[in-house]
Design a binder for this molecule. Structure first.
Ligand code: SAM
Ligand code: SF4
Length: 332
């Protein structure tokens, strides 16, 4: 469906759980998180029904995320059932990679080829600090396994934070030289409680680019229609590199004008915007009250109709606006 700002809304991100086996400093508070209760979390069959109806509104692409999607029992079977939804052309997964080494083959066998893995440091101790306890070795093992299993593309998401991991920018860029990884720098977004943490220093992607260019020239990649469908990353390569470097600059170069996304949270709310808690619509209550597919479709279409044209974020200018929901509950 085309929204009133002339954007084709064709992409749904589904957070299948708000739980996680890590506690990344920019995403979740150290403690005191309250999680969605068993009764309130959408069941897989409810998510599938929403997807099947959303396809009628023009959704062709789904990304499964979390929290950490691989901690929810049945996640791989869910991926497999998504593959059977007629009209879906593209299904992908975002994971922190901790459990990936053991289940990469099963995910591949479920038909998934596109995978994003989050990794913010290549130094074991620091990785442990950023994630509050994560084991870098397991994620590296997961990335290697994803590569040997045949996933493509493999995208490595890095949130660059001033004073935290910004001295590793070149090390991340170098990962693209020998392997066809797409390393993507994501600007820190002041969402949920992370927005209140003044220790998290914003770093613009212009600065990240400047630092990489000081190491070696980067050539812009001529983006295919598929690349553009893939999302808002601006892509570059280092000379002779197999992989690509991407920049996702939600804060400094907002991409609202081309936003094609809806987000389904694990408690059944459909969000129109990552950075704004409104508008949303609760789909779980009508689903459980026995609504028809047409009624569900009307709710989705109505939300698309209310999708805002843009959301002003200016945290980098010192005015930290935020949405109150933690990123782990929205799914990124
Ligand atoms: N647990 C999975 C993972 O870490 O990949 C999936 C969910 S996580 C919320 C999805 C993405 O959101 C990750 O790449 C993470 O780095 C990113 N993210 C979380 N909080 C963020 C923030 N405040 N600003 C920018 N990106 C953030
Ligand atoms: Fe968990 Fe992903 Fe959030 Fe880290 S970014 S706490 S891995 S949901």
């Amino acid at each position: 469906m085309i929204d009133k700002h002339n954007r084709e809304i064709n992409y749904l991100r589904i957070s299948i759980t708000d739980r996680c086996n890590l506690r990344c400093v920019y995403c979740m508070p150290k403690e005191g998180m309250s999680f969605i209760g068993h009764q309130d979390i959408l069941r897989y069959e409810e998510m599938l029904r929403i997807v099947t109806v959303a396809v009628k509104t023009g959704i062709t692409k789904v990304r499964v995320t979390g929290g950490e999607p691989l901690v929810r029992r049945g996640a791989i079977d869910f991926l497999s059932s998504l593959k059977k939804v007629e009209g879906l052309r593209d299904i992908s997964l975002t994971t922190n990679g901790v459990l990936l080494e053991d289940c990469a083959e099963a995910i591949f066998d479920a038909g998934i080829r596109r995978i994003n893995i989050s990794l913010d440091s290549l130094v074991p101790e620091r990785y442990g600090d950023i994630t509050r306890g994560g084991d870098l070795g397991s994620v590296i093992g997961g990335i290697r396994k994803a590569y040997s299993t045949g996933f493509s593309p493999i995208k490595i998401n890095v949130v660059a934070i001033q004073g935290f991991n910004d001295d590793e920018i070149l090390d991340f860029a170098r990962l693209t030289i020998d392997r066809p990884y797409q390393v993507r720098f994501i600007e820190f977004m002041p969402i949920g409680e992370a927005a209140l943490d003044n220790d998290l220093g914003y770093l613009s992607n212009d600065e990240v680019m400047r630092r990489i260019s000081g190491f070696a020239p980067m050539e812009p990649v001529v983006q295919t229609r598929r690349d553009r469908m893939d999302g808002p990353a601006r892509l570059y390569t280092l000379e002779g590199a197999q992989g690509k470097i991407g920049f996702i600059s939600a804060m400094s170069h907002g991409f609202c004008s081309s936003c094609n996304r809806l987000r389904l949270t694990a408690d059944g709310h459909l969000r129109a915007c990552l950075l704004a808690d409104e508008p949303t619509v609760d789909l779980k209550a009508p689903l459980r009250d026995g609504c028809t597919d047409s009624e569900l479709e009307a709710l989705i279409r109505d939300l698309i109709g209310r999708k805002p044209d843009s959301y002003k974020t200016d945290c980098h200018q010192g005015h930290r606006r935020k949405c109150a929901t933690n990123m782990s509950s929205i799914g990124g």
